[in-house]
Design a protein around this ligand. Structure first.
Ligand SMILES: [Zn+2]
Length: 370
């Protein structure tokens, strides 16, 4: 692997393999384990590429999160109980943001991983932290399955180390609201979010440019396809990035933008997203690549395993090895109908491309942002 022009590292921890989310939650699917198993089975996880992360300290967490929220969250994780007042105030202990065993360790390790990823990126490594991407987290409460906001900590770490301008690009199907708002008054950060229109959290309108003109939002219609993503990249994202001239880039790669995701209606194939992430990583010598949402375990595991293969310069197999196919066939999800399971989700890493017409609405978005 020493011949790689730009080394890539994979941030991980045994914590991310632990059971989480209880039983009645969209994230209670084996997506992290399936992705890690798939990378292992492809032989893409040599120790030399892995960076083990620990938890972020309370002191670190308090750089973004409020102390009353942190202590209420911690107390809930220890006791397993949330008072009605705290449930209301901090949005924890709800169906959306449940309290489950191991939650505090998992949430703070996710932040620790983002900080480690930023540290590695500063050394010139492409830093991949697929368990990160909790982009909805707020200083004073949990939001959208996110208790803390690890992308914010990756960006803070870059700023701490003298990076003058950070570009944050959010490819998750949902608006990257927590990150946009976290840096609303900081001209050193530009945020770009491509997300499905009319979806929770219902923010990120085309006209929303943040409070100091440092946000760009691209709310795209249902069925958003590979050709439309490529168009927006060429006509909007890359020109905006060129104008901003970032010294570092942080990308959230929510897998819910893929075709087949049960919680969103975008229609991208993993190959088109790999290409986009590669293009974005190529914009800066300091690059952090995070995960995000994603509720179809087959498409999440294949997207993020393949993304690691692409970022680390490995050759992607046309057909997955038998053990990987057996593992994928053994996955289960209440949210995905068995009849909707595509044969390619078991046998191959690369999705069938979803090219199509670039709709007028997409051209309008690009023209408004130029
Ligand atoms: Zn999402």
């Amino acid at each position: 692997m020493t011949s790689r022009p730009r080394p890539a590292i994979f941030v991980t921890s045994p914590v991310f393999r632990k059971p989480a989310w209880g039983s009645n939650h969209p994230l209670a699917i084996p997506r992290q384990t399936a992705m890690l198993d798939l990378c292992d089975m492809l032989g893409w996880m040599p120790d030399s590429d892995l960076r083990q992360t620990g938890m972020a300290s309370d002191e670190t967490l308090l750089r973004f999160h409020n102390s009353d929220y942190l202590s209420a969250f911690k107390n809930a994780c220890i006791t397993g109980k949330v008072s009605a007042g705290h449930r209301q105030r901090y949005n924890i202990g709800t169906m959306e943001n449940p309290i489950f065993p191991g939650l505090f360790e998992r949430a703070s390790t996710t932040v620790g991983g983002a900080i480690l990823a930023a540290d590695c990126a500063l050394k010139g490594e492409i830093a991949y932290h697929p368990s990160g991407g909790t982009h909805h987290g707020r200083p004073n409460k949990a939001s959208g399955f996110c208790y803390f906001n690890d992308p914010v900590f990756a960006i803070l770490t870059l700023l701490d180390n003298g990076i003058a301008k950070v570009l944050y690009v959010d490819l998750d199907a949902h608006h990257g609201d927590g990150v946009q708002d976290a840096f609303a008054d900081n001209p050193k950060i530009m945020t770009i979010s491509i997300h499905e229109e009319g979806r929770w959290p219902y923010s990120g309108a085309l006209k929303d440019r943040g409070s100091c003109n440092q946000a760009r939002n691209m709310p795209v219609p249902k069925g958003f396809n590979d050709s439309e993503l490529a168009y927006l990249m060429d006509e909007a994202v890359l020109p905006i990035a060129a104008g901003f001239q970032p010294e570092a880039i942080v990308i959230t790669c929510g897998a819910d933008a893929l075709s087949g995701d049960p919680l969103s209606g975008m229609n991208l194939s993993n190959g088109s997203l790999w290409r986009v992430v590669e293009q974005l990583v190529g914009l800066s010598k300091v690059s952090v690549v995070l995960g995000g949402g994603g509720y179809n375990p087959w498409t999440v595991a294949r997207y993020w395993a393949g993304l690691w293969g692409v970022l680390s310069g490995r050759v992607l197999p046309a057909v997955l090895p038998q053990n990987a196919q057996i593992m994928l066939r053994g996955l289960d999800s209440d949210l995905v109908d068995e009849d909707d399971l595509e044969p390619g989700w078991i046998s191959s890493l690369l999705d069938t491309p979803n090219q199509g017409k670039v709709r007028q609405q997409i051209k309008f978005i690009a023209s408004e942002l130029q």
